[in-house]
Design a protein around this ligand. Sequence first.
Ligand SMILES: Nc1nc2c(ncn2[C@@H]2O[C@H](COP(=O)(O)OP(=O)(O)OP(=O)(O)O)[C@@H](O)[C@H]2O)c(=O)[nH]1
Ligand SMILES: [Mg+2]
Length: 299
Amino acid sequence: MNENFKSGFVALVGRPNVGKSTLMNHLIGQKIAITSEKPQTTRNRIQTVYTDKRGQIIFLDTPGIHKAKNKLGQYMVNVAEGTLNEVDVIMWLVEPTTYIGAGEQHIAELLSKVKTPVILAINKIDTVKDEEIIAKAIDTYKNVCPFAEIVPVSALRNQNTDKMTELLFQYLPYGPQYYDEDTVTDQPMRQIAAELIREKALRLLQDEIPHGIAVTIEQMKERDNGIFDIEATIVCERDSHKGIIIGKGGAMLKRIGSQARREIENLMGAKVNLQLWVKVRKEWRDSELYMKNYGYFNE
Ligand SMILES: Nc1nc2c(ncn2[C@@H]2O[C@H](COP(=O)(O)OP(=O)(O)OP(=O)(O)O)[C@@H](O)[C@H]2O)c(=O)[nH]1
Ligand SMILES: [Mg+2]
């Protein structure tokens, strides 16, 4: 065993919208997980890798733990809760408040059942003007769980994130290098492309519509001249939603497509021709068969 190299798995868990995916992207220095201001953005576990001289951290970003209202929600919560038992360190993200709600209580109970060290990240400290509130939040959380560490951070402004990496290395065991140092994620490009399309839909659409969306890549082919042709379908739950997603004269679909295309091109370092289709699958979020088709199933 190399006594100079640490490695292991770190789960990011917490309620929806606390900034788990944003923090993971900043810790690895690249945007892999999609983010949005709407809760329940992440639906599957997303694995990324950070490597430096000190070692290798494998991050597992998880869906927000919430009261599920349909089968998809239940699947998401199962994914998140199941991850707790498979890692070396748990990072629990919360917002800088002094009130512990029912959602946080539930997570605290789950964490009390695992022996893994838990680091509490009090995120979004940039939104707090008064330092005393942060001190109070730390004091409140101290009594909730026996934390290994409590760290105030801002994922968005990259405040204290280097300290977070330092601490993670402290708590990880010595171990092998699981992935070569250039690996950032094991997510296939098709999946990242589908997620980026879903992200744009989440950011551009309102109310219930974005939550009922799934994206599938039908085709991804490289031409001889290096251009990629990607065909994707946006699945939604109602005819009325389909109309809104397409928009007047196709304007909304065009916006979603061009924003997604730009980001996919950046990531792939190649020109992309993106074609989007929209179809309706009523109540797909309560159908195990459809969920499976759209990538939401237990391995
Ligand atoms: N002001 C501020 N906003 C943040 C910070 N971190 C994340 N956000 C914002 O919070 C929102 C949710 O961020 P996500 O990273 O998608 O949150 P998440 O915990 O992954 O959410 P789910 O995937 O839905 O569980 C986004 O609008 C982020 O820009 C932060 O440190 N400060
Ligand atoms: Mg997320």
